[in-house]
Write a protein that binds this ligand. Structure first.
Ligand code: ADP
Ligand code: MG
Length: 257
């Protein structure tokens, strides 16, 4: 039987206040099961805060989040977090542990033989050689370390992946290839993915749906084609303008002779 598709994610009037600041301000939306959504916006717009309301790292001041219709607030936090993959910018691998130990850190059962095989499979999935299992994080490149971070997030067989600028610290070539490799993995494993990025080009090229956030609110919500072609307001326009202008300048340079 095929693995089930990842859960739908519903935000109902989600607000998170820090003193007078509404870091997230009354967000209501539903992400379909199996969707790949990019959350884009300037620094400080509330992207990370919104993401963390899903795995209960940040409880909302108001409103609620549901996975497949079930409120996350009703779930035991540690079990909930084990069922959700979470990848962030500087993966936070433990330097004194091997790659294998890092991958299995949340799921290791003492003396579990299956665990070693699971680590091998996870390394295959993120396209790292199995020999890397015995390395330490200091022996990895930035891109390799992020792949280990993705493998660790997948170790609990999550349906939902929350990714917070997962490839933000990488060089452009590594970033592009990892993004595409992850998208293929998302499709193959039928995950639901919410990926935070400040890079509109990355969002447009990877996601099915782009959410633009500004001052805690969702100010645009559309498929990539529409983000590019329709007037969705100044915030979306400002974010699209940068890669568009760069692409136009490059094309102009190429055709000049
Ligand atoms: P983004 O991820 O889009 O850069 P964040 O969600 O990290 O934005 O932050 C949104 C706003 O909330 C920012 O103004 C930030 O300073 C504030 N903020 C985030 N976390 C905290 C916190 N723990 N305490 C106080 N303010 C916070
Ligand atoms: Mg952030």
């Amino acid at each position: 039987m095929a693995d089930p598709t990842g859960p739908s994610v519903t935000f109902e009037g989600v607000t998170k206040r820090y003193g007078d600041l509404a870091a997230v301000d009354d967000v209501t939306l539903k992400i379909a099961a199996g969707g790949f959504v990019a959350l884009v916006g300037q620094s400080g717009s509330g992207k990370s805060t919104l993401l963390k309301t899903v795995n209960r790292l940040t409880p909302p001041s108001e409103g609620r989040v549901l996975l497949d219709g079930e409120a996350v607030a009703a779930r035991e936090p540690h079990r909930l977090r084990r069922s959700i993959g979470y990848v962030f910018q500087n993966v936070g691998l433990f330097p004194h542990l091997t790659v294998r130990e890092n991958i299995l850190i949340n799921h290791r059962i003492a003396g579990d033989r299956a665990a070693a095989g699971a680590a091998d499979e996870l390394l295959d999935m993120v396209e790292l050689p199995r020999e890397f299992a015995d390395r330490r994080p200091s022996e990895l490149s930035g891109g390799q370390a992020q792949r280990v971070g993705v493998a660790r997030a997948l170790a609990g067989k999550p349906g939902l992946m929350l990714m917070d600028e997962p490839f933000g610290a990488l060089d452009p070539v590594t970033r592009d290839s990892l993004g595409q490799a992850y998208r293929a993995l998302h499709d193959r494993l039928r995950l639901t993915t919410v990926m935070v990025t400040h890079d509109m080009a990355e969002a447009l090229l990877l996601a099915d749906r782009v959410l633009v956030m500004a001052a805690g609110r969702i100010v645009a919500d559309a498929p990539p084609q529409s983000i590019l072609n329709d007037d969705l307001g100044p915030e979306a326009e400002a974010l699209v303008a940068v890669p568009r202008a760069q692409a136009e300048r490059l094309v102009a340079m190429e055709t000049r002779s």
